[in-house]
Design a protein around this ligand. Sequence first.
Ligand SMILES: CC(C)(COP(=O)(O)OP(=O)(O)OC[C@H]1O[C@@H](n2cnc3c(N)ncnc32)[C@H](O)[C@@H]1OP(=O)(O)O)[C@@H](O)C(=O)NCCC(=O)NCCS
Length: 327
Amino acid sequence: MFGFGQLIDILKKDPKKIVFTEGTDPRILEASSRLLAGTFLKPILIGNVDEVKKAAEEAGFNINGATIIDPLTYDKMDEMVEMFCELRKSKGVTPEQARETLKAANYFGTMLVKMGEADSLLGGATYSTADTVRPALQLIKTKPGNKIVSSCFIMVRPGATGENEVLAMADCAINIKPSEDDLVEIASETADCAKIFGVDPKIAFLSYSTFGSGKGEDVDKMRNACEKAKAARPDLAIEGELQFDAAVSPRVARTKCPNSEVAGYANTFIFPDINAGNIGYKIAQRLGNFEAYGPILLGLNAPVNDLSRGCNAGEVYSMAIITAALA
Ligand SMILES: CC(C)(COP(=O)(O)OP(=O)(O)OC[C@H]1O[C@@H](n2cnc3c(N)ncnc32)[C@H](O)[C@@H]1OP(=O)(O)O)[C@@H](O)C(=O)NCCC(=O)NCCS
């Protein structure tokens, strides 16, 4: 079962470079100092060099060894502008517009990943989700075979016996109203991501209905998406549409859907839309004592992840390890 030790072991063998777009934020600096002390990750902090150093000194964090890059003095800016224009040529972006856009740390940091100067990016300590994710959608883009970028949360609850309980939930952060086909892709990507965290995915397409007990468009959407997902990924255990109780309670599942192997034991939950998903993972986090890791972006060509603006340094540290390990 998932533990950070395993991810750190992966990174120790091949330390990755991770961009932090908010280089002067004390939470980023604290996490960077811990990562540097661990010597398994190489932070790249975006910001004015003097300001980043001063912020670290004032907050009392040792960031010796971190790379600090200021977009305003970056020596490969011409190359970056050229690549940016090429990537956005369908939008008619001029070099002047590109140069202006690249002054912003979110676009600049994303381009560092695109240019191969870094392996991954973590932002969002001060940027909104949209402002962290949009540059990745526009520049890193979806990987071959994927139509959308989506996201999942890995939910971890320490068990009484020391064994962690690990679940995956999606899409709680990106796609507002996913279509049936979007849900198929979300389920497939989430299952593959869950496996990285030691989960043997049992996937439930959630609804207010179990096997037709309720009626409505959204019920049909989840049932159809589930059937399509079964056809697309015959290697995965998938069931739906299921109510949450039928998905997780063996007793309820025995009554509502006795012939399902997933019902009662689901650990990977696909929500009908972002309303349900976002509320759902927060209920598990706030009332169910699960730690929530994410949103982990799925379907991108390189790992880019978003922090909550309310995050603390410990969360930055954990998300940096997850993000870099995905590289
Ligand atoms: C992800 C999100 C920010 C994108 O919004 P946006 O930037 O306004 O989207 P746009 O429609 O302007 O698209 C911008 C680009 O991203 C692409 N894009 C948008 N959503 C995408 C997706 N899910 N997958 C892949 N590409 C996507 C568009 O095709 C467009 O590309 P282009 O500029 O090359 O044409 C938006 O879906 C969103 O706000 N989601 C909810 C975020 C949120 O509030 N979460 C809750 C808190 S965690």
